[in-house]
Design a protein around this ligand. Structure first.
Ligand code: HEC
Length: 241
């Protein structure tokens, strides 16, 4: 824990330095673009069954951004590095950051930048091709504030590789990977996750148990289905299957 805090502090220092550099060297502040009349945010309250061909802001994009872009000193509500807040739809769709149907804006440029000194997330491994395509498709589908309801929850075929690792990748590895992972926990490793499963912390943090530090710390809580799947995997001994 103490060790974790130390690592966290050094990660913060690195991030702050990099963010400062970036603010000077990389970010062009573009004039705001007025929204076009008739712009529709898609109605975040309209709950429809999830269509596999549609990318949903509430279920897919917001949690991804929370996991990869809102670490200490970055684009969370308190720090708002480069005046960018990626914890709300309004912040994400600030016209300089994301414009519907346009890829030449800050967010997409930053995650696809070839220069590791400019590419986001700073000081962490780049987003996977799959994560980048998800964000691209969401923008090209109109960057709506859309939401859907998952049809069912597969609690029968829960495996590390098929179920747990993808959840951890989407929701945790933005802060818990690379050379300076938060709390010293690199969650790309099965053995690290297995140890957290065994000492009880994994189930506690994702459930936001009163004695635990809630994880992920920003963005929505994991969906109930994913929490159930993690609990079942832990109960089975957190195997590497
Ligand atoms: C936005 C960054 C971020 C994300 C995303 C994130 N964490 Fe964390 N995590 C942290 C930070 C920062 C700490 C250290 C907190 C502290 O010590 O106060 C931490 C600490 C932890 C700890 C140690 C808690 C303890 O009591 O020692 C565990 C376990 C953990 N995270 C698991 C997860 C899991 C599982 C996920 C995904 C469901 C996740 N984290 C997502 C930033 C993050």
């Amino acid at each position: 824990m103490r060790n974790g805090r130390l690592l966290e502090r050094s990660a913060l220092a690195t991030t702050t330095a990099l963010v400062a550099m970036l603010a000077i060297t990389a970010c062009k502040h573009e004039p705001p673009v007025a929204p076009e009349p008739g712009d529709d945010d898609g109605g975040g309250g309209n709950e429809q069954p999830c269509d596999p061909n549609v990318v949903y802001f509430q279920q897919q994009i917001l949690p991804l951004l929370a996991a990869y872009c809102t670490d200490a000193g970055c684009h969370n509500a308190a720090d708002q590095a480069d005046d960018i807040n990626l914890t709300t739809y309004e912040g994400v769709t600030d016209p300089g950051v994301v414009r519907p149907f346009e890829l030449d804006r800050k967010l997409y440029r930053a995650i696809t930048d070839n220069d590791p000194d400019d590419r986001m997330p700073l000081g962490r491994p780049p987003l996977t091709q799959e994560q980048i395509f998800l964000i691209r498709d969401w923008i090209l589908q109109g960057a709506l504030n859309n939401s859907c309801v998952e049809a069912g929850c597969d609690t029968l075929n829960v495996t590390y590789s098929g179920t747990i690792a993808p959840i951890i990748q989407q929701r945790c590895q933005g802060c818990h990977s690379g050379s300076t992972p938060q709390a010293g926990l690199n969650l790309t490793s099965w053995s690290v996750l297995n140890a957290l499963a065994t000492d009880g912390r994994l189930v506690e943090v994702v459930n936001h148990a009163p004695q635990a530090i809630p994880m992920p710390p920003t963005g929505p809580k994991l969906p109930a289905c994913n929490i159930r799947q993690i609990e079942l995997w832990v109960a089975a001994g957190a195997p590497n299957n």
